[in-house]
Design a protein around this ligand. Structure first.
Ligand code: FAD
Length: 434
């Protein structure tokens, strides 16, 4: 079988891969030095678009509109950009074996690719209800969303089941974004999740109450505090209903499951150190194996600001960790040093006319401020997290660019908060004072 060698290989063709390629190009690349290997059939793109504009009934986003690096305001990296730079895109190619000792990757077709330096950017895969043995979970039209192929399947099913009933399993950001977009597609939507409120990993009950009421006003039904325990299907194998633990059965033409992800580290088991479910790296994203880096969703890295290690499954970190790894690779080639990664956690989500951002750490006591009336024409509210007298986290719905910048600055600076009541009164103006 064919064998190829590259100085640099990026394994994975998602968000981090695209931003790493751009950083390599900034430093100057010799054609043929860099390859990106991806099991997807398309060049790297901004994955968050898949649960948002990609699914709109009108004016839907389509490639090449959202190839990287459009999400961070840079020049969009079209497939031609890679060929102009002499970067080889090895697409529709799954790597099934990685041997770090011999620096060799093996494709599903049996070809081998060797490298001097590897960047692991394999991202995450979805947790499938069949993994839990949920009866009937392999019925047709029970869908998941991670890659563009999944999104295309979803678009085709939306067309086939026009104005039908959709059940969304999971109350995280995927569940919330997909419920909204299915409603916009004129489906009768029910969300089901076992927790007492949506997005419990980030939202406080106060924040969640706003989104749940806003969704209810839009006609989305919410069944919380109950589990999906199985599915019924017809003689074609198409899902017809969802069975809940509380005994109820919900009719469904389409079910979309968003119950979390799992980092794709399997190829490297036993070859690199792991921590907290990811591949352990230093502040330059180098793993325990010299010359092998891990970035994006798969990396467990030192989060300097909080003096602990973390794995972060969000797009901003995928971009920045990729850039940091490439800067570190190039610096070490030139015998130079760069600063350690100093990341401020940042997440965002958008659905209906809503848009929120969160910066920092969601630990400690919370205060809520602003207009969180779900019936308002333009709600704008936020929340701060205060731990040991310091403001650590800031959330804002409906903020302007400047206001979002101001809350980011707050989370970075961690100002002292002597009086929570006063802070709640000041709300957003507290951020502009800093
Ligand atoms: P990915 O972008 O997932 O890329 C991994 C790539 O590796 C894929 O192309 C995959 O096919 C490839 N790959 C994996 N294994 C192999 C293999 N063995 N061989 C070859 N190729 C392989 N984050 C936010 O902050 N805000 C959002 O609004 C948001 N929305 C999202 C919406 C959706 C639908 C999804 C799925 C994620 C969303 N995220 C969001 C999370 C964000 O997209 C991820 O954190 C980010 O994509 C991680 O980048 P990555 O490069 O590490 O992985």
């Amino acid at each position: 079988m064919a064998e190829k060698h590259f100085k640099y290989v990026i394994l994975g063709g998602g968000v981090a891969a695209g931003y790493a390629a751009r950083e390599f190009a900034k430093h100057g690349l010799i054609p043929g030095e860099l390859a990106i290997i991806s099991k997807e059939a398309v060049a790297p793109y901004e994955r968050p678009a898949l649960s948002k504009a990609y699914l709109f009934p009108q004016g839907a986003a389509r490639l090449p509109g959202f190839h990287v690096c459009v999400g961070s305001g840079g020049e969009r990296l079209l497939p031609e950009w890679y060929s102009e730079k002499g970067i080889e895109l090895i697409l529709s190619t799954e790597i099934v074996k990685a041997d770090l000792a011999s620096r060799t990757l093996t494709t599903a077709a049996g070809a081998t690719i060797t490298f001097d330096i590897l960047i692991i950017a394999t991202g995450s895969t979805v947790i499938n209800l069949s993994d839990f043995g949920t009866p009937g979970a392999d019925a047709n039209n029970i869908l998941y969303l991670r890659e563009i192929d999944d999104a295309d399947k979803l678009v085709a099913t939306i067309q086939a089941k026009k104005n039908g009933k959709a059940v969304i399993v999971g109350g995280g950001y995927i569940g919330l974004e997909l419920s909204a977009v299915m409603k916009i597609n004129n489906f009768d939507v029910t969300m089901v999740y076992p927790e007492p409120w949506c997005m419990p990993r980030l939202f406080t009950p106060d924040i969640a109450a706003f989104y749940e009421a806003y969704y209810a006003n839009k006609g989305v039904k919410i069944d919380k505090g109950t589990l999906v325990i199985g599915f019924n299907s017809d003689t074609n194998g198409d899902v017809t209903s969802v069975k809940l633990k509380d005994g109820r059965v919900l009719d469904a033409d389409i079910v979309i499951v968003g119950v979390g992800g799992r980092p794709l580290t399997k190829l490297f088991k036993g070859q690199v150190e792991e921590e907290k479910g990811g591949i352990k790296t230093d502040a330059f994203f180098q793993t325990s194996v010299a010359g092998v880096y891990a970035v994006g969703d798969v990396a467990t890295f030192p989060l300097k600001l909080y003096n602990e290690t973390r794995r972060v499954e969000h797009v901003d970190h995928a971009r920045k960790s990729a850039e940091q790894a490439v800067k570190a690779i190039k610096a070490s080639e030139e015998g130079k040093a760069i600063d350690e990664y100093d990341y401020l956690p940042y997440f965002y989500s958008r659905s209906f006319d809503l848009s929120w951002q969160f910066y920092g750490d969601n630990v400690g006591e919370t205060v809520i401020f602003g207009d969180n009336d779900p019936a308002s024409s333009k709600p704008k509210f936020g929340s701060y997290w205060i731990n040991e007298g310091k403001l650590l986290g800031a959330f804002l719905e409906g903020g302007s660019l400047e206001e979002n910048k101001a809350i980011a600055e707050l989370a970075r600076l961690q100002p002292a908060v002597p009086d929570l009541e006063q802070l709640a009164k000041e709300g957003l103006s507290f951020a502009s004072k800093i």
